[in-house]
Design a protein around this ligand. Structure first.
Ligand code: PT1
Length: 276
């Protein structure tokens, strides 16, 4: 597997797993909605995550959790661009942008973002893959079934493992043909998947290693944890930590998380185990 991702000419090493901190600038995100709408607050939160050991900050201006409301492209740009500008001036952390809109990707990269995280893997906007290729930035391609507004209504697969695997394999080919060098894949936990589908994917995570690209996992505080445990999203940190540790042992290279400190502890202990 390729073990480095090229970011502005610098190589980001994922041979030891890394942590991506989530920074939502949406009023309605599922676990931290509304907390970081003001750029100052968002910059503070980012700096805290950097201090705690985050290797990437993932900025999202459009909530894609199940049932979240649609916002316009201009609104998404208004939320994201000022923050990317500030963060890239004040820190040198690699900034990833969680968007399925090529214009948001393009404008963000122009002001300092260096990774695009697309929950639609280029399928919602035909210009996305060409835009990412033109800027020569890494692309996170996630699997989902259906649009976020309706994706949890009736998730349905003949064989979830096989379908997610072939989808990602296909996307890797498309990206490579378009000239994207660094593709990172993500099975898309909670995106058009029942709890059973999610846990099946997790139990067989290591099978995705044969795609030969870095593997990103986003399970932090998701309903697959708190529904299974009969708890609330606020109490889902311990469950998240367990799933992060499990994912690391099954081949995850990047953990996309809300709680950076605890995830970095998982990675450090995992690295320690793997030394011997
Ligand atoms: C993810 C992800 C993402 N998740 C990537 N980007 C979200 N690459 C946003 C629930 O069931 O996993 N990978 N961007 C957030 N989406 C969800 C989905 C949040 C489901 C919550 C749930 O609780």
């Amino acid at each position: 597997m390729k073990r480095t991702i090229n970011i502005n000419g610098k190589k980001l090493d994922v041979s030891s797993p890394i942590v991506m901190g989530i920074l939502n600038v949406t009023p309605d995100s599922f676990s931290d909605g509304g907390k970081y709408i003001h750029t100052d607050d968002a910059v503070h939160k980012a700096i805290k995550m950097i201090d705690e050991g985050a290797s990437i900050i993932d900025i999202g201006g459009y909530s894609s959790r199940p049932g979240a409301k649609n916002i316009s492209e201009d609104e998404e740009l208004d939320r994201v661009i000022p923050l990317v500008e500030r963060l890239s001036q004040e820190t040198d952390i690699p900034i990833s942008i969680d968007t399925f809109r090529s214009r948001v990707a393009d404008e963000s990269i122009k002001v300092g973002a260096s990774i695009i995280n697309d929950i639609s893997a280029g399928s919602d906007d035909v210009n996305m893959i060409p835009t990412v290729a033109r800027h020569k930035v890494p692309f996170i391609a996630m699997h989902k079934q259906g649009k976020p507004s309706i994706m949890q209504d009736n998730p349905n697969y003949f064989d979830v493992l096989q379908e997610v695997y072939s989808y990602l394999e296909d996307v890797i080919h498309k990206c490579r043909s378009a000239g994207i060098e660094d593709v990172i894949v993500d099975p898309g936990f909670g995106f058009g998947k029942t709890t059973t589908h999610n846990y099946k994917l997790l139990n067989h995570l290591n099978e995705f290693k044969s795609l030969n690209v870095p593997l990103l996992i986003g399970v932090s505080r998701k309903s697959m944890i708190y529904k299974t445990l009969g708890i609330t999203v606020q109490d889902a940190l311990n469950g998240s930590t367990f799933l992060h540790a499990f994912s690391l042992n099954n081949g995850a290279n990047i953990l996309r998380v809300h709680d950076v400190k605890e995830a970095v502890e998982c990675v450090r202990l995992f690295d320690q185990i793997k030394k011997y």
